[in-house]
Design a protein around this ligand. Structure first.
Ligand SMILES: NC(=O)c1ccc[n+]([C@@H]2O[C@H](COP(=O)([O-])OP(=O)(O)OC[C@H]3O[C@@H](n4cnc5c(N)ncnc54)[C@H](OP(=O)(O)O)[C@@H]3O)[C@@H](O)[C@H]2O)c1
Length: 382
């Protein structure tokens, strides 16, 4: 089997290193995976051409690459270019493997449709939970079970930042700065802390588990409103808050949301350390499952890409169950709100905080401004 690696940054390099390190094993099992081309950016092609023994080309040579290879592994982090690379490969009957959650979330329906029409693998395990094998088992679980819920922590930056705030009792801005210095947060952290990265991954989980929804319409709130007062309040009560992605089928569609959630301090999501990710899946027959591991990193993510390459090479991915278009249902819950709320929504007040009765998220948003912290309560004891 011949392969082209597109993008040679963190994930591309991790993928390359694993393919090289496991070359003999893959020869004996899969029949060999030859890296025929590296497709690099115009900026890096010359440098990589001197460094690597493989043929290093750029986008202008892509048609010729597609004529020769069986699989492309896309790891650019680009948006429009990545979509173009993937679409052209699938249309040419070449299998596509990608780590690119943004491009897959934005174009899932179209790309998956082409893959089905052409009967070629289109796999993106690395796009959700980095190194955690979750989409691969989820495909199979969907054939054996009705999926009753998926829930998880899908962003290592937020998990690390929240853990640091609870440990140090520090304020949000100071902790974010520390995370940036340690390399756990980007210089522009918006995508992570506002929950958009988590939303894309939840979208892909929903596409696998429940059907097609408009990913951009999934209600999303990040952690930027968290502060030291909220952390102290929750610490005193033995509670923790995490940025949680959840989705479950309800009568009128799929209830899906990304928002801060209050958990008992011993909950498996509450104790999740560092930048680790976890996805909990509940199946009608199998029951509760938890998939935990490194949500990012060169080798863990490269491992997920290589796993998909092997599936594509052996055509061994489980079929994807088709379930059509689903409506997003209104989200409701009990909430902790960092504000005194008048009217009948309050179940009780504690200091400057309100604990609401079960209300719709939309009603809650109409009562607060964009800077007010709120979190859905899942803890049994608040
Ligand atoms: N890093 C992780 O742990 C992780 C985990 C899960 C998923 N992902 C996803 O994996 C993808 C890659 O992430 P990364 O961390 O590896 O990014 P990265 O380190 O920035 O690497 C991206 C690479 O793609 C190259 N590139 C950019 N545009 C290109 C183009 N049009 N054609 C060919 N090559 C191009 C870049 O070249 P230049 O350097 O010359 O621009 C760079 O070598 C992203 O979609 C990301 O969301 C990453």
């Amino acid at each position: 089997m011949k392969l082209a690696l597109i993008g040679f940054g963190t994930v591309g390099r991790g993928t390359y290193d694993i393919l090289k390190a496991r070359e003999n094993i893959l020869k004996d099992t899969v029949g060999g995976l030859e890296i025929a081309y590296i497709v690099a950016s115009d900026r890096s092609a010359e440098r990589l051409g001197k460094e690597l023994p493989e043929k290093v080309v750029t986008a202008k040579d892509y048609d010729a690459v597609l004529e020769e290879v069986d699989i492309v592994a896309e790891a650019t982090g680009a948006m429009d270019m990545a979509y173009d690379y993937m679409k052209r490969a699938l249309e040419a009957g070449v299998a596509v493997v990608t780590a690119n959650k943004a491009a897959v979330s934005a174009h899932f329906e179209e790309l998956n449709g082409i893959a089905e029409e052409k009967d070629v693998p289109f796999l993106f395990e690395a796009a959700v939970g980095g190194g955690i094998p979750v989409l691969t088992p989820l495909r199979g679980l969907c054939l054996e079970n009705e999926i009753e819920s998926v829930q998880g922590i899908l962003n290592g930056t937020c998990n690390y930042l929240i853990n640091a705030m609870f440990k140090e009792g520090a304020e949000y801005d100071a902790t974010l700065k520390l995370c940036q210095e340690l390399g756990y947060a980007e210089q522009d952290p918006t995508d992570d802390v506002e929950g958009f990265d988590t939303r894309r991954k939840l979208h892909l989980l929903i596409e696998m588990a429940f059907g097609h929804v408009d990913g951009d319409a999934i209600p999303t709130r990040g952690i930027a409103q968290l502060n030291g007062d909220i952390v102290s309040f929750l610490n005193e009560k033995g509670q923790k808050v995490k940025l949680v992605a959840s989705a479950k089928p309800v009568e009128d569609g799929i209830e899906a949301v990304v928002e801060p959630v209050i958990l008992d301090a011993a909950d498996s999501l509450a104790i999740l350390p560092d930048a680790i990710n976890q996805v909990n899946v509940k199946g009608s027959f199998v029951g509760d499952l938890a998939f935990t591991g490194p949500g990012a990193g060169k080798e863990p993510t490269g491992n997920a890409v290589v796993a998909d390459i092997i599936s594509a090479a052996t055509k061994s991915a489980m079929p994807l169950l088709k379930r059509g278009v689903k409506k997003l249902a209104p989200v409701k819950g009990r909430y902790l709100v960092a504000k005194k709320l008048s009217g009948d929504v309050a179940e009780r007040e504690e200091g400057d905080f309100t604990i609401t009765r079960e209300i719709s998220r939309e009603e809650l948003l109409s009562l607060i401004d964009k800077d007010t912290f709120f979190a859905r309560i899942e803890s049994q004891s608040l």
